[in-house]
Design a protein around this ligand. Structure first.
Ligand code: SF4
Ligand code: SF4
Length: 371
């Protein structure tokens, strides 16, 4: 029978940043979170049953221990042109490509299986709480998990919950908030859309990450500036956190994956992509939207361009207005051209106003009025 130390040593050898063991008691304390109004109802549409996930026995009937693995996703430097538009955790999400974390998890589970341990992945389980129960992280007021020992004790980690039938001694739990008293809630103050509501709680539908891939229709005017340069995801509450500073500024090697993504995910390429480009270069890495929702990608890219204040984007915005007739995209292009201003943008807006109707006409009028 494998010992806990042997299992942890294997996890580190495979490349996980840390590993801990927790018991399989149901996570009843989470019921309070799940049941808050309709805050997490959207997860049902994704086929995630949060309530069932609270009891590990629903995942593996004869479960006896949880092994929680920590994957550090920010080990390589990320080119600024990429980092400023995309949340870091999405740059290393291999749920489609299966060429990173998936390989490591498979290797780990094979090791356990070869040693007589049955496992199931705890999809839908409270992974952050599992990691804290397993003693490998604490929480932050921005709702994120912070590593206790690895990854510079930062929040740039994914917990992976492996439910097992092995009887292992649980580690000492660290279910607590690890924020220093002297931090005056920098994350809460910095959240541009007021998604963080205090006490480690979040209103997901106000979070920029959610809005970039699940936002309904045209991004409301009052959110366009706060959403800033982000096209997919948001890291603002992590960037301002003093618990992350040492890892953000640590020397890291470059990675060919991020260099390639920096080229492929440039805002102008996203704005003007066709279906083939989307399917080859975008979707395998960021897959929460299908090509049917390419309008949202384009709208986000157009909004981000407007917020850069960089006039170099004007020709791309004009081309996109001509190439795509989705009104939501055109509305955002008009807004961005208005923000960027200048002769080229104004003359394009005037040209568009001739045939525009309804909401688009109104947006163009507003864009012209600020110039
Ligand atoms: S990810 Fe961005 S929008 Fe979401 S809570 Fe953090 S700062 Fe706010
Ligand atoms: S910014 Fe401050 S309050 Fe927020 S998670 Fe970091 S340390 Fe905690």
């Amino acid at each position: 029978m494998l010992t806990k130390d042997e299992i942890k040593a294997k996890a580190l050898e495979i490349g996980f940043a840390d590993a801990g063991v927790a018991g399989v008691e149901p996570f009843t304390s989470q019921l309070d979170f799940i049941d808050i109004d309709d805050r997490y109802k959207w997860t049902e549409k994704l086929g995630i049953n949060l309530k069932a996930g609270l009891d590990p026995h629903n995942t593996l009937e004869n479960s006896r221990s949880l092994i929680v693995l920590l994957f550090s996703y920010y080990n390589y430097s990320i080119p600024l042109p990429l980092e400023k538009h995309y949340g870091r955790c999405y740059l290393n999400d291999d749920r489609v490509t299966k060429d990173g974390l998936a390989v490591m998890v498979k290797q780990f589970r094979s090791f356990l299986r070869d040693n007589g341990v049955n496992t199931k992945l705890g999809a839908g389980m409270p992974d952050k709480l599992s990691a804290m129960r397993a003693g490998i992280g604490t929480s932050g007021k921005n709702t994120l998990l912070y590593a206790s020992k690895s990854a510079g004790k930062s929040s740039f980690v994914f917990p992976v919950v492996v439910v097992t039938d092995a009887e292992l001694e649980p580690d000492t739990s660290t279910v607590e908030n690890g924020c220093p008293d002297w931090c005056r809630n920098a994350c809460i103050a910095a959240c541009p859309t007021k998604a963080l509501t205090g006490n480690g709680r979040i209103e997901p539908s106000r979070c920029i990450s959610y809005l970039t891939y699940y936002g309904k229709e045209v991004t409301p005017r009052e959110l366009r500036e706060p959403m800033g340069l982000y096209i997919y995801g948001c890291d603002r509450c992590q960037n301002v956190c003093p618990r992350n500073i040492s890892w953000i500024t640590a020397d890291k090697n470059t990675s060919t994956r991020f260099d390639r993504m920096s080229e492929d995910f440039a805002p102008e390429k996203v704005l003007l992509m066709n279906q083939e480009y989307f399917e080859k270069k975008i979707w395998p890495f960021m897959f929460y939207m299908s090509y049917k929702q390419a309008w949202r990608w384009r709208m986000n890219a157009a909004r981000a361009m407007g917020n850069t204040g960089e006039k170099k984007y004007i020709p791309y915005l004009i081309k996109a207005f001509d190439d795509f007739d989705d009104e939501r995209v055109r509305i955002m292009i008009a807004w961005s051209l208005g923000k960027l201003g200048g002769d080229e943008a104004i003359s394009a807006l005037k040209r568009y106003s001739v045939n525009a109707e309804g909401e688009l006409k109104e947006e163009i009028k507003l864009a012209l009025s600020v110039n």
